[in-house]
Design a protein around this ligand. Sequence first.
Ligand code: SF4
Ligand code: SF4
Length: 632
Amino acid sequence: MKLRWCHHCNLPILDEGKCGTCGGPTVKVNLTPPGDIRPARRVDIQRVHRLADEQFGPGAGRALVPDEESVVVLNKAPADDRMDEVIMDGAVVATMRYDPLSGWHLLPRIGGANRMAKVATSGVVQISEDAVPFIEGGASILAPGVEAASLDIGSGDQVMVIDHEGKAIAVGVARMLGKQMVEEDHGICVKVRHHRRKGDAMPDPGLQGTWDDVIAANEAHMERMIDKGKEFVHRVAEEEGLPVAVSFSGGKDSLALLLVVLEAGLNPPVVFVDTGIELPETVEHVHDVARRHDLELIIEETEHDFVEMSAVFGPPSRDYRWCCKTQKLGPVARALNSRFPGGMVTFIGQRRYESGPRSRSGAVWRNPWVPGQVGASPIQEWTAMHVWLYLRMRNEESNPWYDLGLERIGCYTCPASDLADLKLVEEHYPGYARWRTFLEEWAEASGHDERWVELGMWRFHNVPKSLQEMAPGAAEATEGLAPAFQLTFEMDGRAEEVDGAFVARGSFDRELDLERVAELLTILGETRSDGEAGQVVVGEGEVIAQRDGTLVARGETGKATADLLERARQLVVRAELCVGCGVCVPRCPTGALSTVEKRVRVDQDTCIHCGSCFGPCAVVDFPPVAVMVDRG
Ligand code: SF4
Ligand code: SF4
């Protein structure tokens, strides 16, 4: 995102043009990509004040940001956990970073340090004039060059380094105690993060604008973005020629999306999936919005209790997100299929600045998990700043959790959440305690120590190195992290030619429920159960599944036989492990599939063995549950 600044009006400007208020030139603000900027809320500025006062002494916070209504922009930067660049008066003045071990910290930049240095009573290191040229050349602060240092500086603290005039010359991390910095005659005192450079000088806080001034200065740009969004809605609805729905999650993006669709003149039903792990205020907010705009609200609730499902699959993680399928996509598929059996366009509040995968996705896509669903986002090119300005322009109330400081609204146990957000939820929502208890019990059973829960390591199947280094050994499980149930299939090599036909075989590591297996194998063809022989036969013996777990496929070529064995394997896995997520149900053209008591059922009379129901499946697609061993 290219953020610019009008220094005359002291306001952020969102496009390349001139300031919409004074018509004057604007200057580019250097941001860390991708640049999903957003306005700092009152709660964010309160955090800046608190951190600055704690680290640099009372009054430092207000020296940096004058008041809670100041126009401050935050830019979410890539980091191990949360990191926001704090932008005001046209420059990044500091960074706020969340450390899983020690919480939030303020890391000032030179411009921000200059403002705080005037009042700072803590975290300050003063160096001799002789040392200045070395520091400006990028060197660290060495002991002989320190003339004075705050006595409360601890090793690892964020500090600002000033010259004789009290001007910030560097900012960085203390490598020794403040007292030692003055007394020692050798060693590194401060590891410098930023040092003074030409052009770093920032004016004193100038004209203080308001967010209404920001809207006025960006109004033409915002109206263009909104118009583009409306045109997009019309174009997609027309081109696809399908009924339209809006997916509403209770977050800011889906609220902005909903307004664009309504302003485009459409009045589609709004679909909200209650995953069972929604914050109560989110559910209330969804109802409020529907009431306010007089919308038809379709609420689909998952049949699955998330904590109970976690006991089956194990805690979800960023690289193992079974929960999206069981808690969300299943209900979505059910709701949309029953309402729009011929397919539909669902407008979704997705933005490319949000995350890597979303930045690569186009503005229109087909959902592999929900057949017939065309997803489309008219706000794909918006930043969070566009979203918030738009909601303010339309006086639209957002989810109250944003006012508490939550950055991302969704399922409150989501493994994609930053630890900073999870801690905030834990602090304010008593219902989180049940999830915490589950994690603690899981940790104990699998041999993790409590830091695995405390530092949010459960969110990763492969815990990042940086997090492992914070708590050595905590990511290792003595008992392994095996889900409560597993089904392993071992293949006996490649398909072999026997008497003019190809045969492939393998075996599951446990006895099979032949009744269930027969029901699911119907998908391949007519089945016969032979109780005496303890087996199920498909067709003329193309597939045989035996009670002891053996699975055999026969075919005309090696490849066709291997493919058939794989399809049969998937069906046995579905027969044995299905959790009834419902994702496969809408794929059946004859309505032969349903879920009953959290298990998929196949109606033998209406199944035409077409195979359309193969595809994404919660239990087939999560290898830790259905393990495949190929001995070939
Ligand atoms: S899609 Fe339906 S009809 Fe086709 S094989 Fe599957 S269950 Fe049978
Ligand atoms: S077989 Fe069961 S787990 Fe797999 S997609 Fe269908 S309902 Fe979901």
